[in-house]
Design a protein around this ligand. Structure first.
Ligand SMILES: [Zn+2]
Length: 162
């Protein structure tokens, strides 16, 4: 993706209050991010690990979505699949992220949820740039997977904005 600035990100939130946007901690080592390998920018808030953010460049501009995730106390076993990039992980490396919907729907308490790689590094997994611990069922090329990731991300964004 084209690099973005922290200011642009702060201006692009669609489902957050001013105070939430102010409290947002930008990704660590922001200037060293591998933009050329990113389909979207996603990170956990270093100061509030249950908060995460997802920044997507769409046809009509940049949008930033604030997400919440809850750590489950129980140890879990098995594998899980990311709904955005279709990567298989140990189940603890996939998390259910919930986004408040934009506008009045969100103010009324409506949310949408989806399972995403817990570190929001989908783009790195599909390109083989971050190591995986479980065998993968999806053997499509990185280009094909990036296209599908874009479609799934767009449909998630559309659900948040709807
Ligand atoms: Zn993923």
């Amino acid at each position: 993706m084209e690099p973005v600035s922290v200011e642009e990100i702060r201006r692009s939130f669609v489902n957050s209050t001013k105070s939430q946007i102010k409290a947002m901690t930008p990704p660590a080592r922001f200037t060293e991010l591998p933009w050329e390998s990113l389909d979207y920018l996603g990170w956990r808030d270093a100061k509030a690990p249950n908060r995460a953010y997802l920044v997507v460049r769409r046809d009509d501009g940049l949008i930033a979505i604030a997400l919440q995730t809850a750590a489950t106390g129980k140890p879990r076993r098995g594998t899980g699949l990311c709904d955005i990039c279709n990567t298989a992980h140990q189940v603890t490396d996939v998390a259910l992220f919930v986004a408040r919907r934009a506008g009045s729907a969100g103010r009324e308490g409506n949310t949408v949820g989806t399972y995403i790689c817990a570190d929001l590094a989908c783009s790195l997994y599909i390109r083989g740039l971050r190591e995986l611990e479980v065998p993968q069922g999806d053997t499509a090329s990185p280009e094909v997977r990036a296209t599908r990731l874009g479609e799934r991300l767009e449909s998630f964004a559309a659900r948040v904005l709807a």
